[in-house]
Design a protein. Structure first.
Length: 278
């Protein structure tokens, strides 16, 4: 049995591989730090007998502070950029071609994948965490799924200033492209929760999409492979895709992308890829 754990800012993901079968679990991350007790509590919660484990792989948070063993079971600490790269290679069957991976979770990171080389291109603080934080301030609701539902019932055009509102034509840009996020908010009487959520989700998506297409162009790829939970929010993904389309970049969204990091850790410890250790 192999156990992989990704300690994220918002969620802790667990992947258990046993006799060819992989099971995933997710729990909210704890703010009390990461230590041997943390690992034992996770294993106990999911009824995993440590004596049956061959290896434990960890990434994220301050998991590098852990000891190298837990009750004589080896703990392999995987660099988070390598976990992102390995997970994306597995999910999207990336070969030797140059590829861009966008890890859109609480924040957003861009990673260049080419063969078995993974390069962190940079990241931004805009992501699901920002959505939930602003949701808490604006709506007294920090649940990303519920904010997305509000947005689905609203119209960002009531608060955003669109290209078509400003000019007749700019190059090949659609009149529905945003000129100014929340550009009409100061003079609009349609600042309902739903319209505000729609404009907010779109803004988060546009920022992620813009960073994604610029990095895709940088590495010479015509697609962006997404991992992380934020891209499951439809209103954000619409904003991402609208920006990607401006540069002719196609967004790729595997159904299991929320587990991208922990899949990468599992791939590393199962294949004995020690080169990815921190």
């Amino acid at each position: 049995m192999y156990v992989a754990i990704d300690f994220g800012i918002s969620n802790t993901d667990l992947a258990i591989s046993d006799e060819g079968k992989i099971v995933f679990h997710t729990t909210p991350s704890q703010s009390s730090g990461i230590n041997a007790g943390t690992l034992k509590n996770i294993l106990k919660k999911h009824e995993i007998d440590i004596s049956n484990i061959n290896k434990i792989g960890v990434t994220g948070g301050k998991s590098s502070d852990l000891d190298d063993e837990l009750d004589k079971v080896k703990i392999i600490k995987i660099n988070e950029i390598d976990a992102i790269g390995l997970g994306a290679k597995k999910l999207y069957s990336i070969g030797e071609e140059s590829a861009l991976v966008v890890s859109a979770g609480t924040g957003t990171a861009c990673v260049h994948v080419q063969g078995n080389n993974f390069n962190h291109l940079g990241g931004i603080a805009v992501g699901g965490g920002m959505l939930e934080g602003l949701g808490s301030l604006l709506f007294k609701n920090s649940n990303g799924l519920e904010i997305n539902e509000f947005a689905n019932s609203g119209s960002r055009a009531e608060l955003d200033l669109l290209i078509g509102d400003v000019v007749n034509k700019i190059g090949n840009l659609s009149p529905d492209i945003t000129a100014v996020n929340f550009g009409q908010a100061k003079s609009s009487s349609a600042d309902t929760m739903e319209n505000t959520a729609a404009a907010l989700c779109n803004m988060v998506g546009e920022v992620i999409g813009t960073v994604a297409y610029l990095n895709a162009l940088l590495v010479g790829s015509d697609k962006a492979c997404f991992i992380g939970r934020t891209s499951y929010l439809s209103e954000i993904t619409d904003g991402i895709n609208q920006r990607l389309e401006l540069a002719g970049i196609k967004g790729q969204y595997n159904d299991d992308r929320e587990y991208g990091n922990v899949i990468g850790v599992l791939e590393s410890i199962e294949t004995n890829s020690e080169r990815y250790k921190t």
